[in-house]
Design a protein around this ligand. Structure first.
Ligand code: HEC
Length: 103
């Protein structure tokens, strides 16, 4: 039973994430969301616009799903109150600008 559930979940996520885990998103909403809720902290740590957070040596992420999960947990931590589509948009936008993960 337990194994079946896990297999089912794995299949589901494979299907859902065949392309990008964020699906189709509107990238145009990302910069404003990101600027409002995210840059302040990263910029205090790394200076200028804070984007070094995403390009630094030893950065923590290695694929799209981890990026989306990180955006989602940052959203929750800082209480930005984003909807999943907004998290997806910012994750996709960060990937396009900084991470360039293929999968
Ligand atoms: C309260 C300060 C703060 C705010 C606000 C904040 N972050 Fe972060 N963020 C951090 C810190 C600190 C780290 C690095 C954590 C570490 O090194 O373990 C980080 C790391 C990250 C990373 C991973 C960087 C890497 O290593 O590749 C991403 C992606 C990220 N934040 C996205 C966001 C997003 C999206 C928001 C807006 C919803 C946000 N952060 C808001 C403090 C913040």
């Amino acid at each position: 039973m337990h194994r079946l559930t896990l297999t089912g979940l794995a299949l589901l996520s494979t299907a859902a994430y065949a392309e990008a885990p964020w699906g189709k998103v509107d990238l145009s909403i990302a910069p404003a969301l990101h600027e409002k809720a995210c840059i302040g902290c990263h910029a205090r740590m790394y200076g200028s616009d804070g984007s070094k957070m995403y390009t630094r040596d030893g950065r923590m992420l290695s694929n799209k799903l981890e990026l989306l999960q990180r955006v989602s947990s940052c959203n929750a931590t800082v209480g930005a109150g984003w909807f999943p589509e907004e998290e997806g948009s910012v994750a996709a936008w960060l990937n396009e600008r900084y991470y360039h993960f293929e999968n």
